[in-house]
Design a protein around this ligand. Structure first.
Ligand SMILES: NC(=O)c1ccc[n+]([C@@H]2O[C@H](COP(=O)([O-])OP(=O)(O)OC[C@H]3O[C@@H](n4cnc5c(N)ncnc54)[C@H](OP(=O)(O)O)[C@@H]3O)[C@@H](O)[C@H]2O)c1
Length: 308
């Protein structure tokens, strides 16, 4: 496993994260097998959110880990709050953030979270309230580190005016097929393609400049949760090149797609959403290879782009 230094100390966070959004589909026993598989592969970073299965993902994880010999302190456990599907609102108010963490800890049956992320911006957010919530959560020892998800640079700047804890992470969508985080830099100022449109305020370079680790979500998906592009007949060219590189490196196509994200110099983490131990094992092989500059571009171009 490749590791990265996000927090104080050595390179101790795995670059592949186990994402638990799909964990509610598993039994407690299957979830325990999934967690053990991840840890045996060197994956120590776990991603949750209050909305995954409406809390079911955290509950299942909390129960499943008790069936293993894994020590809680050997894991970096992250969850996200602020997205309230139940009420059809986004909510970064102080009490909501604090109550959400209490709910997360109770479902996980744990004393603290390593990382709390604000899931997606509340259009009515007041940074002073976020600051007060983070202070209280830090003081009580319930949360060690903080960050955001799907958040624009200027909104991070606004948060930073009041929040005193460093914002260490921004979780953003990125896959070979959903590469808008990267595209806008290549096609800048080009009126002939939508790929030149700046959709995120320059989040990629902002995060690099400010030592914010990007966590890439849905790394194998096309569209927004439309399914994977791996072995998908709608992406023949991409699968052809993925297949050739997979054969060359003796790994799977999924591992090549993950290696493509890991190869970016922003040193991102990748959140794997598979709930199949074999698939997770195959994806972890991505850490054993390093794509060349040329191979990176070849994959980028066959996923529907062109050189301007
Ligand atoms: N911050 C946000 O707004 C946000 C949004 C979405 C997700 N996330 C996080 O990102 C994580 C990953 O998202 P995701 O699940 O959409 O990502 P993903 O890893 O791109 O997709 C996983 C899905 O692809 C399937 N799949 C098909 N072939 C596969 C193969 N060969 N190898 C691996 N998987 C294959 C998996 O099925 P099997 O289980 O059968 O392998 C699973 O259903 C989530 O768990 C969550 O933690 C964050």
């Amino acid at each position: 496993m490749k590791n990265i230094n996000i927090f104080k100390g050595p390179d101790n966070a795995s670059r592949i994260i186990m994402g638990c959004m799909r964990m509610p589909a598993l039994s407690e026993k299957e979830a325990a097998t999934m967690i053990e598989t991840a840890v045996n592969l060197g994956i120590n970073f776990i991603d949750h959110a209050t909305c995954y299965g409406d809390g079911e993902a955290e509950t299942r994880f909390g129960a499943a880990i008790k069936q293993t010999n894994i020590k809680r302190e050997d894991l970096i456990i992250q969850s996200k709050c602020g997205l309230r599907f139940d009420k059809q609102i986004f909510d970064w108010r102080k009490n909501t953030i604090i109550e959400s963490v209490d709910g997360i800890l109770s479902r996980l049956d744990m004393e603290y979270l390593d990382v709390l992320l604000l899931h997606r911006p509340d259009l009515l957010f007041e940074p002073e309230q976020v600051a007060e919530a983070f202070d209280e959560l830090e003081k009580s020892g319930k949360v060690k580190y903080f960050g955001v998800s799907n958040t624009m640079p200027m909104q991070i700047e606004l948060l930073k005016k009041y929040v005193k804890q460093p914002l260490k992470i921004n979780q953003l969508q990125l896959s070979l097929e959903q590469s808008q985080l990267i595209d806008q830099n290549l096609y800048m100022n080009n009126k002939t393609t939508d790929m030149s449109i700046m959709r995120d305020g320059g989040a990629l370079d902002y995060c690099r400049l400010n030592d914010i680790t990007i966590q890439a979500w849905s790394p194998l998906q096309h569209g927004m949760f439309k399914g994977t592009f791996i072995d998908n007949p709608d992406f023949p060219e991409l699968n052809k090149v993925l297949g050739e590189l997979a054969e060359q490196y003796n790994v799977t196509k999924a591992a090549i797609a993950i290696a493509w994200i890991l190869r970016h110099p922003a040193k991102m983490q990748v959140i794997a959403g598979t709930m199949n131990p074999v698939h997770l094992t195959e994806m972890a092989e991505a850490c054993k290879i390093e794509l060349t500059h040329e191979e990176w571009y070849k994959l980028y171009l066959v996923s529907g782009k062109f050189l301007p």
